[in-house]
Design a protein around this ligand. Structure first.
Ligand SMILES: [Zn+2]
Length: 106
């Protein structure tokens, strides 16, 4: 159990205001592929990257040789569960003030 696992079974959100340049973060890359008949295949891939640039809520995250343009809340600190885990397990619902920090994709 890490400090991000709550007894309610949900995951506690990290502090999205604490990111600094050079931090390693967990990111999620989502691709949508149409399969025909109105079906869409959603593929989620986790990766780690390094914060290269911060301007307001826009971040440039470098992973391997690519730069990803991500918004605050779309990635988590290296010691926290990755966005895919928040997506699949769900966030903790018993802490106060959680609404201001909601991940945009949950
Ligand atoms: Zn909880």
């Amino acid at each position: 159990m890490s400090k991000y696992h709550c007894e309610c079974g949900g995951l506690i959100l990290p502090d999205f205001d604490s990111f600094k340049l050079g931090d390693t973060v967990n990111c999620m890359f989502e691709t949508h592929k149409p399969l025909g008949n109105g079906l869409i295949s959603v593929n989620q891939r986790a990766f780690t990257g390094i914060i290269m640039k911060i301007s307001g809520d826009d971040f440039d995250i470098k992973s391997k040789n690519k730069i990803y343009d991500l918004k605050r809340g779309e990635f988590t600190p290296a010691d926290a569960p990755g966005p895919i885990e928040y997506f699949r397990i769900g966030k903790c619902s018993c802490s106060d003030g959680i609404d201001e920090n909601t991940l945009p994709f949950i």
